[in-house]
Design a protein around this ligand. Structure first.
Ligand SMILES: [Zn+2]
Ligand SMILES: [Zn+2]
Length: 379
C-alpha cells in the first residue's frame, strides 16, 4: 500500500491529453536533466520495490491524505508507460496511463451510464500523467469478458476491466448498451446483490437478472409428469440443467450419450456397458454440473461459477461417452485432478443452494426453475 507523500497536484486526465506535460513535477530545466529509465526503485523500510514499464500500479491519488488508511478501491490505478529519473536508484517520475473508475467517468461526462460500474472496476483511458514514484504500489487489473464461459477468476478485492474509456470523445468501448444482455437492457453491476443467470449454449451465452426472468415469467413451473411435489420439480430442473451444454444448442439427450450395447464384432467388446451411466458419475461432480450458472454480489462474485459448472458438465459428458474401461479410468483421473484443484464444498456452497438478496420467496431449496428466454432451456 502506498504510504508515502502524495505528489499529485491535480486530478487525473483533467485535460484528457495524452502525455501531458510534467505539470507539478519539476521546473523545466531540472526536468531536462532526467533520463528515460526502464525501471525505478522505491525503498520502503528495509524492502526495495522495483517498478517497471508496462506494470500496473496503485497510486495515492489527488486529495488522498498519505497519513490516512484508505479503502483499496478508492486508490487510483494506472499502467506505467514511461519512467524518468537521474538513475534507477534515484528519485523518479513515472508516466501512468490511467484506468478510470465509474466515478471518474461520471465526473467527466453525464453521457455514460455508470450505474453498472463496480467499486473495483476500471476502464483504461488514453489520459496520462506524471506521478512521483513514492505514490505507487503494485496491483493487477484483470480483463473481464462477460461473454466468456471460462473467465479468469476475480476475487472481491481484485481490480478488473471490461471496457476502455476515451476521455476526449467521452465514450466507452464496448458501449454499455452492447454489453447489457438481459431483457431489461440494464447493465450488470457486480457489487449489487441481484444475481444473474446464464445460459451456456453456444448461440445464447447471455446473462439475465433473476428478477427480470421472474417478471417475464420465464419459469418452468410444470412438475414432472405424475408428480406435483416441488422437490421433484427441482430435481427435474437440475437434470435439465445438466442437459444444457456449452457445446450444443439443442438439449442433450444424456441417455443417448451413454454408450449403447456392443456386439462381438465391435472392438470395444471388453467394455462394461453399464459403467458409463449417470448413476456412476461421481456425486460431487454431478452436483457441481447440475448447478445453475450464476454471478453477482458477495454470494456469487464478479464472474460467478460459470467456468466451474461448464467444466463439470463437460466432464459428465465425457464420462457418458467413453467406450472402454481404460478411457473411463483416464477421464475419471482427469476429473479427480480437477476436483483436487477446486474447493468442492466452496463451489457447492457458492452455488444456487445459497440464499440471495431477492427472489428467495419464490424459490425452493435455492433452485428456482428458470428457463432461458432464447432457447427455453433450463438456466
Ligand atoms: Zn434485467
Ligand atoms: Zn439459451
Amino acid at each position: 500500500m502506498p504510504t508515502k507523500k502524495s505528489h499529485l497536484t491535480r486530478k487525473k486526465g483533467r485535460k484528457g491529453i495524452p502525455d501531458a506535460e510534467q505539470e507539478g513535477a519539476l521546473p523545466p530545466h531540472e526536468w531536462k536533466k532526467l533520463q528515460d529509465l526502464q525501471y525505478c526503485t522505491v525503498v520502503d523500510g528495509r524492502r526495495k520495490h522495483k517498478f517497471r514499464k508496462g506494470e500496473t500500479v496503485l497510486v495515492l491519488g489527488f486529495g488522498m491524505n498519505p497519513d490516512e488508511i484508505h479503502e483499496l478501491h478508492t486508490y487510483w490505478v494506472g499502467k506505467i508507460k514511461a519512467i524518468k529519473g537521474k538513475s534507477h536508484e534515484s528519485e523518479a517520475w513515472v508516466n501512468v496511463q490511467w484506468y478510470y473508475s465509474g466515478e471518474d467517468i461520471a465526473e467527466q461526462t453525464t453521457n455514460i451510464d455508470v450505474s453498472g460500474y463496480g467499486r473495483f472496476e476500471r476502464s483504461l483511458s488514453q489520459a496520462h500523467d506524471w506521478v512521483h514514484f513514492q505514490t505507487l504500489d503494485v496491483v493487477t487489473v484483470i480483463r473481464y469478458n462477460e461473454d466468456s464461459i471460462s473467465p479468469e477468476a476475480i476475487q472481491p478485492t481484485d481490480f478488473y476491466c471490461r471496457r476502455s474509456f476515451d476521455p476526449r470523445k467521452n465514450t466507452v468501448d464496448p458501449p454499455i448498451a452492447s454489453t447489457s444482455t438481459c431483457i431489461c437492457g440494464q447493465p450488470y453491476n457486480p457489487d449489487k446483490a441481484y444475481p444473474l443467470h446464464f445460459c451456456p449454449r453456444p448461440k445464447c451465452r447471455k446473462w439475465y437478472h433473476r428478477l427480470c426472468l421472474i417478471k417475464e415469467a420465464s419459469i418452468d413451473d410444470v412438475p414432472r409428469e405424475g408428480s406435483r411435489r416441488k422437490h421433484d420439480t427441482t430435481a427435474h430442473h437440475r437434470y435439465k440443467l445438466l442437459c444444457s451444454s456449452p457445446d450444443h444448442q439443442q438439449t442433450l439427450d444424456l441417455k443417448n450419450l451413454t454408450s449403447g450395447p456392443r456386439g462381438p464384432t465391435q472392438k470395444k467388446v471388453q467394455f462394461n456397458i453399464n459403467l458409463a451411466t449417470l448413476e456412476n458419475v461421481p456425486t460431487s461432480l454431478k452436483k457441481i454440473a447440475q448447478q445453475q450458472i450464476m454471478k453477482g454480489g458477495a454470494t456469487y462474485g464478479v464472474v460467478g461459477n460459470v467456468k466451474d459448472v461448464v467444466d463439470a458438465r463437460r466432464f459428465v459428458y465425457r464420462l457418458l461417452q467413453v467406450e472402454t474401461t481404460e478411457e473411463w479410468d483416464e477421464v475419471l483421473g482427469d476429473m479427480e485432478e480437477w476436483l483436487e484443484q477446486h474447493d468442492v464444498s466452496h463451489l457447492l456452497s457458492n452455488g444456487d443452494s445459497r440464499s440471495s438478496a431477492d427472489g428467495d420467496d419464490n424459490h425452493e431449496a435455492g433452485c428456482l426453475a428458470l428457463i432461458c428466454p432464447i432457447c427455453r432451456g433450463a438456466i
